[in-house]
Design a protein around this ligand. Structure first.
Ligand code: GDP
Length: 534
């Protein structure tokens, strides 16, 4: 396990001011709107509306494809850096579509905290829950933003209860809403005894904050209508009795989530949430690695690839590897060791994602995300260091849930198809299996939409029409065990065996029964639905 933060030395100020996080939510809860307001208050964009294109694009399949083609948008949105007060925020985008759970999982390996956005009328929805579970696997601290309080929402205690019961995490109110729907006037800041009032007239204006000394301050009555004031006093008193007070250590350990109530579209509660991220989300954390973990304060640079995006510029078949810096102070032109190949690479044109534009990164610190253009050397899970043979661990690959045979529309172009498939496999967009009997390839994905996206991209980026056809197999399992046993097993079960895009042996299954049978008859090997990325 990782050392407790309190046992670690103080970080250099440049690293200590960094907060690297992702937003998790169910579609429509307000992630895009909140991101936009973050950027607005972070001074990264001048006007609300600039991130919108992306949020809307996700909604329909054809728009989604258009977004995929417009690499610029999706790439700059993959990681965004901006300053807020003394902090440098790195917001890493989680793919919105539920089809991309694997990609999402890997994104969450690159952050130190997550912001959970829920819709005040809907509470905890299915995708929020799934993403939350992933965060929990990694003990990520979670801050909660309950959005859309300007609309009819649920009772606040009910929302808090639902989170506590559904997600088994303690909830502590950082703010308490005053009224709701048409009556919503603002929130009482429980941490600083302040009154925050919403400005309905100007959606992009930061709420007015009024310092008061507790709930008995006569100033309250000047700003809050009588009928809401009594209710507020009563509710806050109850909340203080029934709900646990904020415990920073419990938040850092992922046992407690502070919740802010607001309205992203009205810019309300957003600044308080950003202050909360500064105060309660952790500094850059150590990365798990073999043979030792990597601490951010180490003098030498280390980082790992958690995402690869190809064909950002269709004219050059370049790729950008997204690297989370795990330690040190990176400077442009540095020579780093690519641990897997043991080769040196000079990082001469790293990219920093400053909101809408990508820019050459002159320097970056532990906690930052940089993009490294390359020609395919960098793969998901790769570690870069200043020479030491360290390997970051815990970046998994999941067994696909859908398999199809893929064929080139033009049989003469089978070789091109192979190249395209392997490239998408490196991006993590699909898994490719080469069966040991017969020709052709099987493509495995987690969500059905990915077949269509893949088909469209192969056609547009390689000029190669492809056909997907049903496969007799439904799933794949990696075969683990002593090398000789795995090979003997593979020889005896050839009709089920394939090699994945990394050359590892998989067993293709038709039904759960296949897996049960192997587990019973072949105790010398294990079948696994996940493997660590190399
Ligand atoms: P995403 O799917 O989570 O990225 O959600 P969006 O940010 O695209 O928001 C979904 C819809 O909810 C959009 O129509 C937004 O305008 C709307 N919305 C976002 N925040 C608020 C809010 O605070 N109040 C209200 N009433 N609507 C909001």
């Amino acid at each position: 396990m990782l050392d407790a933060p309190s046992n670690r030395p103080a970080l250099p100020p440049e690293i200590a001011r960094r907060r690297t996080f992702a937003i998790i939510s169910h579609p429509d809860a307000g992630k895009t709107t909140l991101t936009e307001k973050f950027l607005l208050f972070g001074g990264a964009i001048q006007m609300a509306g600039q991130v919108r294109a992306k949020g809307e694009a996700r909604r329909t399949r054809s728009d989604f494809m258009a977004m995929e083609k417009d690499r610029g948008i999706s790439v700059s949105a993959s990681a965004m850096s901006f300053d807020f007060r003394d902090f440098r925020f790195n917001l890493v985008d989680t793919p919105g579509h539920s089809d991309f759970s694997e990609d999402t999982y890997r994104t969450l390996t690159a952050v130190d905290a997550a912001i959970m956005v829920i819709d005040g009328a809907k509470g905890v929805e299915s995708q929020t829950r799934k993403l939350f579970e992933v965060c929990r696997l990694r003990d990520l601290p979670i801050l909660t933003f309950c959005n859309k309080m300007d609309r009819e929402s649920r009772d606040v205690f009910e929302i808090v209860d639902e989170i506590q019961e559904n997600l088994a995490i303690d909830v502590t109110p950082a703010s308490w809403p005053i009224g709701m729907g048409r009556d919503f006037v603002g929130a009482y800041d429980m941490l600083n005894d302040r009154l925050e009032l919403m400005d309905r007239a100007d959606r992009n204006r930061v709420a007015e904050s009024i310092s008061i000394s507790g709930l008995d301050d006569p100033k309250l009555a000047e700003h809050v209508p009588d009928h809401l004031l009594d209710q507020l006093r009563e509710e806050v008193e109850m909340a203080r009795e029934l709900l646990p007070p904020l415990d920073k250590q419990a938040v850092l350990e992922g046992h407690m989530t502070p919740i802010w109530f607001g309205s992203a579209i009205n810019s309300f509660g957003v600044k308080e949430l950003m202050d909360g991220i500064g105060a309660y989300a952790p500094e850059p954390q150590p990365a798990r690695a073999e043979p030792r973990q990597i601490a951010p304060e180490e003098g030498k640079v280390a980082g790992f690839v958690f995402k690869v995006q190809a064909n950002m510029d269709p004219k050059h078949r370049d790729r950008v590897a997204f690297v989370r810096l795990a330690s040190g102070h990176f400077e442009r032109g540095m020579k780093l060791t690519h641990v897997r190949s043991k080769k040196a690479m000079t990082v001469s044109a790293p990219v920093l994602f400053l909101a809408a534009d990508r820019e050459l990164a002159e320097e970056a610190w532990a906690g930052d995300i940089i993009g490294i253009p390359n020609h395919g050397q960098l793969r998901i899970g790769d570690t870069l260091t200043e020479g030491e043979a360290l390997k970051v661990t815990g970046i998994p690959s999941f067994a696909p849930e859908l398999l199809q045979n893929v064929r080139a529309g033009d049989p003469m172009k089978a070789k091109h198809l192979e190249k395209a498939l392997y490239q998408f496999a490196e991006e993590g967009a699909a898994k490719i299996f080469k069966p040991s009997i017969g020709s052709g390839y099987i493509v495995g994905v987690v969500g059905a939409l990915q077949f269509e996206v893949l088909g469209a991209r192969i056609e547009s980026e390689y000029g190669l029409p492809v056909r997907f056809e049903p496969s007799q197999f439904t799933s794949a399992r990696w075969v683990h065990g002593p090398k000789d046993k795995v090979e003997a097993f593979a020889n005896r079960n050839k009709q089920h065996i394939a090699h994945d895009n990394d050359g590892d042996i998989v067993y293709l299954t038709r039904m759960q029964w296949d897996i049960d049978r192997i587990e019973r008859d072949h105790p010398e090997v294990t079948l696994s639905a996940t493997k660590e990325m190399m």
